[in-house]
Write a protein that binds this ligand. Sequence first.
Ligand code: ADP
Length: 456
Amino acid sequence: MLMLSLFWQIYLSFLFLTFLIVFFFSRNALTNLPFLELFRTAYAQWIFLLLAEAALSFFVSWVIQKPLKQIRQFLLSKNGKKPDLEKYMNRSDEIGALTSTVLKTFASSDAAIADLTSQQRYLASILENLNDGICIVDQHGIVRILNQAAKRMFNIPENAISGQPLIETIRHYRVQELWQTCQEKNTQQTMQIETSPERNYLQCIATPLEPATEGNILILFQDITRLHQLEIVRRDFVSNVSHELRTPLTSLKLITETLSDGAMEDPPAQKRFLAQMEKEIDNLTQLVQELLELSRIESGLVPLQKKSIAPSILLADAANRMQVQAERAGLEFTYDCVPNLPEVLIDQERLEQVLINLIHNAIKFTPPGGKVHISAAQKGDRIIFSVQDTGIGIHPKDIDRIFERFYKTDRSRSQSGTGLGLSIARHLVEAHEGKIWVESTVNKGSIFSFSIPIRQ
Ligand code: ADP
């Protein structure tokens, strides 16, 4: 469509009006001269008239165009300096009305944009600070949003940009499968996956985002590694307890069967079997007691009665209690304590229990003729208690696991014991803000140590 500038529109209107007037008058009253004759005789006045009209048109169009241009500039300029439109606000004509409409619309859209921006920032910061991973995938399988938690879970660099296909972003084929099933069925889908190499367990829930955004799917990743581990621990615990209970129970059943099959009539055999029964019952009692103890300690039901005490007292008490047992096992038992060690704030009974557990193990796993030595010394702001033996030692593959519940090394399976002692010891030491560890060489011996902070 032909677009004429304002100037030409006004100018042509003037010209048209002039010709109409002249034509009308030339035909009627004022003169008998025909129209062309009139132009020929007075062309100088004609040119003057046309020029005057041009000037007038220019002026009128300039007056109208100026505010319109400024309004246009105002609307087009983004962040730069905007022309001042306030001066047109008081005009009572259309320009005034247009200016006030533009300014009002602009103010309200400005507020709406600011509102939207702050909401967007709010949502973005929620997304980024969520512990759960969030991934939004469009209908073509392109990742539109991926928050930091999701990046962490799948080992994706923090600065990775979205806009890549899902399978290239999250390199796990089961996530791709989940998204595909969700897209096909258009219903929520759930699955659990294991990431590698971190071996974390994730619960993934894919939900179609319809009708808000058609074809987009939200995938939520929840880290359930801890829950999964707890489930494994629970399962192991039940199987370990049943296993530990089965041995003495089977043994007791066999003894009672043998007794009722006639051994009752044979007094020496009867005596032997009764002694065996007593041993099995002792084992069962120890297992139940240690289990109860462990569960009480783990659930924080054992309040510590802390008091300030010299490390030498703790060491001497434990040594006195275990001396006879060690000698009976044919071991050389010694202890030494650096004099004047600073006091420690501890539950004496509980930490003595830890020391006795360690000494008991040292005696149990050291063949006759060996040595057991206990000591205490200061290292930095801690007192280190150690129990050293010259026994069978622990294989490096078992070292990290012996503080776990029920863990026994292959070599100690034949020995009595529940596999709970070290686990209880670790809990008690940690309750004192301490650490427990072991250094060991197979067939040479072990040193079990634990550290307790010095009383400040
Ligand atoms: P247990 O009742 O079987 O002794 P613990 O928790 O005290 O249970 O010990 C766990 C395992 O650690 C033992 O079964 C044994 O295999 C190993 N262990 C503990 N102390 C020693 C030690 N001084 N020398 C060799 N092995 C040890």
